[in-house]
Ligand binder design. Sequence first.
Ligand SMILES: [Zn+2]
Length: 138
Amino acid sequence: MRHPLFPSKHISTNDNFYRAIKCTQCGKQFRDTSLANFHAEKSGHDQFEESTEEIKQLTEEEKRQRIEELRARLADKRAAREEEEKAASKANEALRRKSGKDAGKIREELQAKELAKEAERKKRGALASSLCLFLSAP
Ligand SMILES: [Zn+2]
């Protein structure tokens, strides 16, 4: 599978060496299109060029290992994020339960805030209309 953004040819000078694919957005180099694709998916980068350096080609086995390493790292990250989300939702739940108790108090506070906002709006409106009068005065 070849990414359409990638150069179509890799000029080999030797069977075991070929030019790397370089991400021009972050400078990372990739030994093959699947790694570059993986990077593109992960980072959203989509500017690639053929590097001028030649890199020793990995064996299929090495390639597979590398991709698996990357996948594992990504899975770790995902697991960590899920843990965080779980913790966050627990905290939210606790907050919700607590706020249920003080719901009356919170409602009062909100009302007071609304009233203050309303007063502020009125003040600003008055200011704006007097400014309009001032500006339209001959
Ligand atoms: Zn990149």
